[in-house]
Design a protein around this ligand. Structure first.
Ligand code: LIP
Length: 316
């Protein structure tokens, strides 16, 4: 299944893309990332249900395990060995992958070794290895592998999105009233009182308007659900570039739209995303959110800068 799924990343003719500084053989990138994600998925599968413990990062609910670090190292070291001149951005900052850097025109691998680490710790099977390859500031390749549920999503720019080798499309839903929406109830947004009211007001707004609201605990899983038509929309104010790098291409290649929750262009470093099956649904979601927006510290800003516009609504 893996081989078949990953073949979808390879076009029939050879694709070589001129990047700003280097000539990039995207086929070679696809072959290498498939090989490494396959190994990483075996590691994640073997570790599932046998968690030895976890550490916390920014807060008591921001979890990381040895498996996150091992998988990131496996992926980044493997890719770097093959493509030493490329740029690497990874969630855990292992193997020299940077966590806070600007997205440039350079060939850039953006890696989340386990998106849904809390799920992984709890044995809730929404944990995915997620890798996006970006070039000239646009996504070229996406691979998201959930080994416990045996789901392999792949996409290549202008060549469609696939689940286990089969072509997928978004639902085509245009009406919010008939939609199932994904929203993450991120602990940090809930704990920061200036964000809590916005988050909950948006959730209630969606619940009242849409058919249903769901959460998986994995941004890339949410976007895969939109890409395959099982959910119609997703939005979140919090995810990092590594949570979004693969999912954004998957949704677009499946015929959906990815934008800023205030309606502008999607900016992978902004920690803000809205994905929808159609532009019509995207616009209705943007209208419902209105000015109930949250702006976190951007991924490409040096730590310590104040988060603009973060306290529009105060808790009582
Ligand atoms: C998770 C995201 C999720 C967000 C979580 C967390 P991780 O990524 O995918 O959308 O709400 O707080 O950031 O940390 O499991 O890789």
């Amino acid at each position: 299944m893996f081989r078949f799924a990953c073949l979808r990343l390879l076009p029939l003719e050879k694709a070589s893309i001129r990047g700003s500084a280097t000539h990039v053989d995207v086929d070679q990138c696809a072959v290498e990332v498939c090989r490494l994600v396959d190994r990483a998925a075996g590691h994640l599968r073997a570790a599932s249900g046998k968690i030895r413990g976890f550490e916390t990062k920014l807060n008591s609910k921001d979890l990381v395990t040895a498996t996150d670090r091992e998988i990131e190292e496996l992926l980044i070291k493997g890719l770097r060995g093959r493509f030493p001149e490329h740029v690497y951005i990874g969630e855990e900052g292992t193997a020299g992958a940077s966590t806070g850097r600007k997205l440039t025109e350079e060939p850039t691998w953006i890696v989340d070794p386990i998106d849904g680490t809390t799920n992984f710790v709890h044995g809730f099977h929404c944990s995915c290895i997620s890798v996006g390859f970006w070039l000239n500031k646009q996504p070229e390749l996406a691979i998201c592998h959930n080994p416990t549920l045996e789901l392999i999503f792949t996409a290549r720019r202008n060549r469609g999105a696939y689940l286990n080798g089969e072509s997928i499309r978004t639902s085509g839903q245009t009406e919010l009233e008939r939609s199932l929406i994904m929203q993450e109830l991120n602990a940090e947004n809930l704990e920061r009182c200036e964000h809590r009211d916005i988050l909950l007001a948006n959730a209630v707004g969606m619940l009242l308007k849409a058919h249903a609201l769901r959460t998986t605990g994995s941004a890339v899983m949410d976007m895969c659900l939109v890409a395959m038509g099982a959910a119609d929309g997703y939005y979140e104010f919090y995810p990092h570039a590594w949570d979004l790098a693969a999912g954004a291409l998957l949704v677009r290649e499946a015929g959906g739209v990815v934008m800023d929750p205030a309606g502008g262009e999607f900016d992978i470093m902004s920690r803000r995303v809205l994905a929808a099956a159609t532009p019509e649904l995207g616009s209705q979601m943007v209208r419902l959110l209105g000015d109930r927006q949250i702006y976190h510290h951007r991924d490409d800003e040096p730590p310590g800068n104040p988060t603009p516009n973060s306290s529009r609504i105060r808790c009582v």
